[in-house]
Design a binder for this molecule. Structure first.
Ligand code: 2U9
Length: 364
């Protein structure tokens, strides 16, 4: 039976019938209390309740079980011992309560006593990710010549991602755009492989003229390596109106390259093919490393491929009820990760997504 349990019995039941035994019983109890309150993170409130609570507190138990039924020759001693123990318990708990309150006040005072003249704590603030910075730069350039920004869903239907872009079923362009298809849906859904679907959705809703850029994430089932990821960022653009010519297209492309890479950079259009543009071109710029003389970066060609573009293939207008007789337009598509890597000399794609602050800090 523990010391505290003995308070549930009378002294007679405990066989205590001498003054010495009474005093040693109280000594033991005092020892139990001192040990409990001295525990490093003793919760003084629960110690107080254990000892002082009116109903089940130990001191109440001693009063009921030791004092009240005590024999006359022991009652006085028990009474004295109990008052001494009670006084000790209350004074120690009062001291503890004061100490805790004082400490709380002191730390509050310390907290409030902030010397505002002291310099603040320098919190290392992050930077906008290089991809985000490049997006903003690209958007700034096209906003400056009247394009507006629209964003669309990353989960698309084959119709908007392929058909409406003149990429019919079984069209070879489909296979090199290895697509992530969503499983378990009644209708076929996929992760868009380019942001072009949003251009179709815009033309469906808005009569011409249209001048939009569509930034966003796109997905291709590529095996991640130093130049490819299964997700990357694109900005595509579309301008459709009644009098847009190849010159407008070329002028816009050259304006963009000059703004993005600087006035010294020359541009060239190299014939290419995309199902949704005709004629199509790859837009090259003089290599920003060797200035066009040829180096490892441009594989001695002096030219770096920037992005693809072309005049909108009139076949596309058929899907959005635009009159190909009255309208003409141009479009372009850029890989933002690639442009950022090229402009800021980032050697490989994974660096962009490893969240290594040593890398990220280089682009404040
Ligand atoms: C509509 C009509 C035409 C968007 C275009 C490209 C050329 C192109 C690639 C660049 C790098 C994709 O990120 S990339 O791999 N895109 O080269 N995209 S023309 O043409 C359109 C789009 C929508 C209605």
């Amino acid at each position: 039976m523990t010391t505290t349990d003995s308070t549930k019995q009378t002294l007679a039941q405990l066989g205590v019938n001498s003054l010495e035994e009474v005093s040693s019983r109280f000594q033991q109890l005092r020892g139990v209390f001192d040990f409990a309150i001295s525990e490093p993170n003793a919760d003084w409130k629960s110690v107080r309740d254990t000892w002082l609570s009116r109903k089940s507190g130990l001191l109440s138990l001693i009063t009921d079980n030791w004092l009240k039924p005590a024999s006359p020759e022991l009652k006085r001693a028990v009474g004295q011992e109990l008052n001494k123990l009670k006084a000790h318990v209350e004074s120690v708990l009062a001291e503890r309560e004061t100490a805790i309150e004082t400490a709380a006040e002191q730390s509050a005072a310390a907290r409030d006593k902030i010397d505002l003249s002291l310099p603040g704590i320098e919190r290392a603030i992050g930077t906008r990710h290089l991809i985000r910075q490049t997006f903003d730069e690209l958007q700034r350039i096209f906003l400056s010549i009247g394009f507006s920004v629209v964003e669309g869903p990353e989960i698309e239907t084959p119709y908007y991602n392929f058909e409406a872009l003149n990429i019919p079923e079984h069209h070879p362009a489909r296979d090199n755009m290895d697509t992530f298809y969503i499983e378990g849906t009644r209708a076929p859904y996929l992760l868009r492989t380019h942001t072009s679907p949003m251009q179709i959705r815009t033309m469906e809703k808005q009569p011409p003229p249209v001048r939009i850029i569509v930034p966003g994430k796109v997905y291709r089932r590529d095996n991640p390596d130093s130049t490819h990821g299964y997700m990357f960022h694109q900005i595509e653009g579309l301008a459709v109106d009644t009098d847009i010519t190849f010159c407008d297209f070329k002028g816009t492309v050259e304006y963009f390259v000059r703004e993005f890479l600087g006035p010294k950079v020359k541009t060239r259009l190299r014939p290419s093919f995309f199902p949704f543009t005709e004629p199509s071109a790859e837009v090259d710029a003089t290599c920003h490393v060797c200035g066009g003389t040829g180096c490892r970066v441009c594989k001695q060609s002096g030219w770096i491929e920037l992005f693809g573009a072309g005049m909108v293939n009139p076949a596309v207008y058929g899907f959005v009820n635009y009159d190909p007789e009255r309208l003409s337009g141009f479009a372009f598509g850029m890989g933002v990760d690639r442009l950022a890597m090229m402009k800021y000399g980032v050697p490989e794609v994974p660096l962009l997504f490893q969240n290594d602050v040593r890398f990220l800090r280089q682009f404040p």
